[in-house]
Design a protein around this ligand. Structure first.
Ligand code: ADP
Length: 150
């Protein structure tokens, strides 16, 4: 079984994540959406809210599982018997950042990171921009799946 972990903060999930995840379904038998728990990071949405947004968004997708994890992503992948990490790339900054992480992960464990290029029209969407729009009372609804409502 080809199983991939898609790790992220999902604070909140955006249509950019959604696009990568749905396209990833054509490559993998199962995708585990894994919310990394980092006690030092400040989030807009609680862990429960972020998890619930993901669960609602993918409630009809039997190939998608939602969970949280602590510690190294590669250790979590091993635990889940996942040989792949799925990530999205939007721009050169993403590439440089992701490259270093993917190289490190591959040094630590025999895990391949599979990158999907953002769909044209979605590359500008990021969780941090969505949070800014929300903070300033803007209309964020076209940037996120329907489940993300405040
Ligand atoms: P992290 O905190 O690990 O950056 P995110 O939830 O922000 O977690 O992002 C998780 C993954 O989703 C990353 O690989 C990121 O590049 C990808 N991603 C986020 N937004 C988009 C987008 N608009 N198009 C493609 N990939 C995206």
């Amino acid at each position: 079984m080809k199983r991939a972990v898609f790790p992220g903060s999902f604070d909140p999930i955006t249509n950019g994540h959604l696009d990568i995840i749905m396209r990833g379904l054509t490559l993998f038998d199962e995708i585990i959406l894994a919310i990394g728990v980092n006690a030092d990071k400040k989030y807009m949405f609680s862990l429960e809210q972020r998890k619930s947004f993901l669960e609602q968004t993918f409630k009809n997708q039997t190939k998608i599982k939602v969970t949280t994890y602590q510690g190294l992503t590669v250790d979590f992948c091993k635990k889940m018997k996942a040989d792949f990490i799925l990530r999205g790339l939007r721009n050169p900054a993403d590439f440089e950042f992701e490259k270093a992480i993917a190289h490190t992960n591959r040094k630590l464990e025999k895990i391949e990171t599979v990158f999907l290029l953002t769909s044209s029209g979605k590359s500008y969407i990021s969780s941090s921009i969505v949070r800014d729009v929300i903070r300033n009372n803007g209309n964020y609804t076209s940037l996120v799946p329907d489940a993300v409502r405040i």
